[in-house]
Ligand binder design. Structure first.
Ligand code: PLP
Length: 415
């Protein structure tokens, strides 16, 4: 603070200053406004690379190559290089990516697919949509990702695939999952929608990027994702060339040659404008992941010793992409905290409030409360704080100070 300038009082977003020269008060106040906190600040991110993005969009508009244009092919190559994977097949969104991956595996109605219930609905929805049976495995209470031991217990003669989800940006424990799959001759489809840019380290020191370890990997470029488009987008990855050929066919109307349709497929394309935007943003992905980690480190420091608040676990085998920064509340009333955050202008959210096995859409599976005790317990306790690449120090401080203040009001905190 400059000499003669006194911080008189501090409101949520406004700092009022009194400026004096000698003993004479000159200016009563000046106002410094903190930028409104958003769950995701896409505009702030865009502003920093505006010139590159605007030029890339204009280039596609001028070329009129809107579908399957050169930008799509170039993005595919760039992403293959970044991920160190043999084949990237872009598609329309992350849900399609999962559906196409399953279709490429020649599944038949009744086949079983093991997946967590603690995930976004899309993971399990595509299984049901293809008349396959989702078999839900419980998750690890610390990492929140599918527990290999639970997967193993659920393998049956009908198991066709396992879909681990790299939840919130942390890779599931892939090494034992891949071993279980190999032993039982079943496929692994990674749902890497929340973890593009995360890296898993195997016991021999080999490092692989999320989405490139299993038989097939899938991701989403939904705008809020770590690599987000300006609309929908997705991609499928595989190191198996013959599977890649099949995936390309499935995603393009089952077409092997022009107007020759050997199998039933779907129409799922990444459009050229999105590909052009993603090509630019891919160059910044590692920076984005690191900005998310910096914000997470700030949160950690504030909450590590806060009673009732458990910071996100780190996992020695995977770095964290921090798609979400998710606290686990122990004894803290989540609804009260959500209401308090809303009053304070802090957009907090719950990903996800109801486990998939207890959703009405999955009633036919006849699953009950208590079937997946860790998942059910976590889903009542998790809360995610604003997490994106543009969080400023004053915003982080404001969020942390506010939550600490909430925790100090003991009467409203512990239930
Ligand atoms: C874990 C997970 N899987 C799949 C999807 C589906 O992706 P999309 O919204 O692009 O269809 C999402 C998106 O939110 C996700 O978080």
């Amino acid at each position: 603070m400059l000499p003669g300038v006194k911080n008189c009082c501090k409101f949520n977003y406004i700092r009022v200053l009194k400026i004096t020269v000698g003993n004479v008060p000159l200016l009563i106040h000046s106002i410094k406004k903190m930028k409104k906190i958003q769950l995701v600040d896409l505009n702030g991110q865009y502003e920093k690379i505006k010139d590159e993005i605007d030029a890339a969009i204009l280039n596609v508009v001028r070329s009129s190559a809107f579908i399957n244009g050169p930008e799509v092919a170039a993005f595919q190559k760039d992403l293959e290089k970044y991920l160190e994977v043999q084949n990237v097949i872009p598609c329309a969104n992350g849900t399609d990516a999962l559906q196409i991956a399953l279709m490429a595996l020649d599944v038949k109605p009744g086949d079983e697919v093991i997946t967590p219930s603690f995930t976004y609905i899309a993971t399990a929805e595509v299984i049901a949509l293809l008349h396959l049976k989702p078999v839900f495995a419980d998750v690890d209470p610390d990492t929140f990702t599918i527990k290999p031991g639970e997967v193993e217990k659920l393998i049956s003669a009908n198991t066709k695939a396992i879909i681990p989800v790299h939840l919130y940006g942390l890779c599931a424990d892939m090494e034992p999952i891949l071993k279980i799959a190999e032993k039982n001759n079943i496929a692994v489809i990674e749902d890497a929608a929340q973890a593009l840019g995360s890296v898993y380290t195997f016991s021999d020191g080999t490092k692989k990027k999320a989405g490139t370890m299993g038989t097939i990997g899938c991701t989403s470029f939904f705008p809020s994702k770590n690599l987000g488009a300006f609309g929908d987008g997705g991609a499928i990855f595989t190191n198996d060339d013959s599977l890649a050929k099949k995936i390309r066919m499935v995603s393009n109307h089952g077409q092997s040659e022009k107007y020759i349709h050997d199998i039933i497929g779907v129409n799922s394309r990444l459009d050229s404008i999105q590909a052009a935007i993603l090509r630019i943003k891919l160059k910044y992905l590692d920076q984005y992941v690191s900005a998310r980690n910096n914000a997470a480190a700030y949160y950690d420091k504030a909450f590590i010793n806060l009673r009732g608040f458990q910071i996100p676990a780190r996992f020695e085998k995977s770095n964290h992409g921090f798609h979400q920064y998710t606290l686990k509340l122990n004894g803290v009333n989540r609804n009260d905290l959500l209401k308090y955050c809303e009053q304070k202008g802090i957009p907090a959210n719950v990903y996800y409030p109801i486990p998939i096995h207890l959703q009405n859409g999955f009633k036919n599976l006849d699953q009950r409360q208590g079937d997946l005790s860790v998942t059910e317990d976590l889903m009542e306790k998790v809360i995610s704080l604003p997490m994106h690449t543009e969080l400023s120090e004053d915003q982080l401080k404001y969020i942390c100070d506010s939550i600490v203040e909430f925790s100090e009001k003991k009467s409203t905190v512990f239930v």
